[in-house]
Design a protein around this ligand. Structure first.
Ligand code: SF4
Length: 373
């Protein structure tokens, strides 16, 4: 089971409560960014381009707690920036856990091993480690040799000490499906609880604008990766959202499902776009131009977006909002393999690596297991 039953129950009962109360737009996960500074400069990141005075700022623990209470979502994801650089990250995590929020601390894990003593294992706390593939792919994606090794050491230590650990992986143009599947094997071998996947969003501030995937290419890639699944793989994500990434179902964006709070306030309208900030969650819901959100809205900034912060809440809403959605979720979980001969064959087709070189990866080119354990 990729997510503990207690968490599933909390989320299911929360969604049902919102439905029964007739609430049209409700948050599922608070995206809490307590700082923007980071110890990496990834090419696809849209958060580290702020001037130094902004990068130096931190949200206080009180601001974080106020945002969590104001919004009321049962889960809090803490991205950034790198949250482990926040001087009061322990207080923030402890306070959210005390409020029984399911916290996903998103980290590149460069500091995880040395900071682990700050935290206590809890069903409410998960370290969500950013890894964009096997050693070669990850080090290249984050622009730092040795980043994978360090993160892997952090993962192993956290797993050994009884923490919940997941991975979060963003895939860009040129990603090799076969290598990503080998990466899944690697992660499950390390004992992570589950994996999460996302397609890279084309941030206009990202240093490298050439790596982003269009919708069709996104679906093609995820279909190759997620068809013919291995029994050992576990995903810490909605089964229907994974089918959405594979192009098997359509959803409308529900950006209010994962609202963002950071040093500027509540970000309109979503985690990715910045159409201004407001002081309260209620103002965010009332004043955002939701009709301009989503691929179907015609907003060019949304044209290629399939990101979890817009669409995973839509999938969860589908699961708990209708009998057909629930049945589809159960079917997807029961028939987890998703057999697809064409997708299997496509795994052996040549792919372009991010730097443009045309190659066919063979299993022997993938990082041997002994090198990373
Ligand atoms: S589709 Fe939704 S999540 Fe994606 S950029 Fe547009 S509003 Fe944001």
């Amino acid at each position: 089971m990729p997510v503990p039953i207690s968490q599933m129950w909390t989320v299911a009962s929360y969604v049902l409560k919102q439905k029964l109360s007739g609430r049209k737009r409700y948050p599922l996960v608070l995206m809490l960014e307590p700082l923007f500074r980071c110890n990496l400069t990834c090419a696809g990141c849209g958060k580290i381009q702020y001037p130094t005075d902004i990068l130096r700022k931190n949200l206080s623990p009180e601001q974080c707690f106020h945002a969590a209470e104001e919004c009321g979502a049962p889960m809090v994801s803490i991205p950034g920036g790198e949250p482990l650089l926040h001087p009061q990250i322990k207080e923030i995590v402890d306070g959210l856990v005390a409020r029984k929020k399911y916290v996903y601390l998103c980290t590149n894990a460069l500091l995880l091993k040395e900071k682990l003593d700050l935290f206590k294992p809890s069903k409410y706390l998960t370290f969500s480690v950013h890894l964009d593939g096997l050693r070669e792919q990850h080090d290249s994606a984050v622009g730092r040799e040795g980043a994978y090794e360090k993160a892997a050491a952090g993962i192993r230590e956290a797993v050994n000490r009884g923490f919940r650990v997941t991975t979060n992986t963003t895939l860009f143009d040129g990603a090799d499906a076969k290598s990503v599947r080998a990466f899944f094997d690697e992660m499950m071998g390390m004992g992570v609880e589950g994996m999460t996947l996302s397609a890279g969003y084309s941030y206009d501030k990202a240093p490298d604008q050439t790596k982003f995937l269009g919708r069709d290419k996104t679906c093609e890639l995820f279909d190759k990766i997620l068809s013919n699944r291995k029994k050992t793989w576990r995903f810490n994500q909605s089964a229907l959202f994974l089918e959405f990434l594979m192009g098997k179902r359509q959803y409308k964006c529900t950006p209010w499902g994962m609202p963002t709070y950071n040093i500027f306030g509540w970000q309109k309208p979503c985690y990715l776009l910045q159409d201004g900030y407001v002081d309260t969650f209620a103002e965010l819901i009332q004043s955002s131009e939701w009709h301009k959100c989503g691929t179907e809205s015609g907003n060019p900034k949304c044209a290629n977006c399939m990101v979890h912060s817009g669409y995973e809440a839509s999938a969860v809403n589908d699961t708990f909002g209708s009998i057909t959605g629930l049945a589809a979720t159960l079917r997807s979980m029961l028939f987890w393999k998703h057999p697809n001969k064409a997708a299997l064959k496509a795994l052996d087709e040549p792919v372009e690596r991010p730097h443009g070189e045309l190659v066919t990866l063979t299993v022997s080119e993938q990082t041997p297991r002994e090198e990373v354990t």
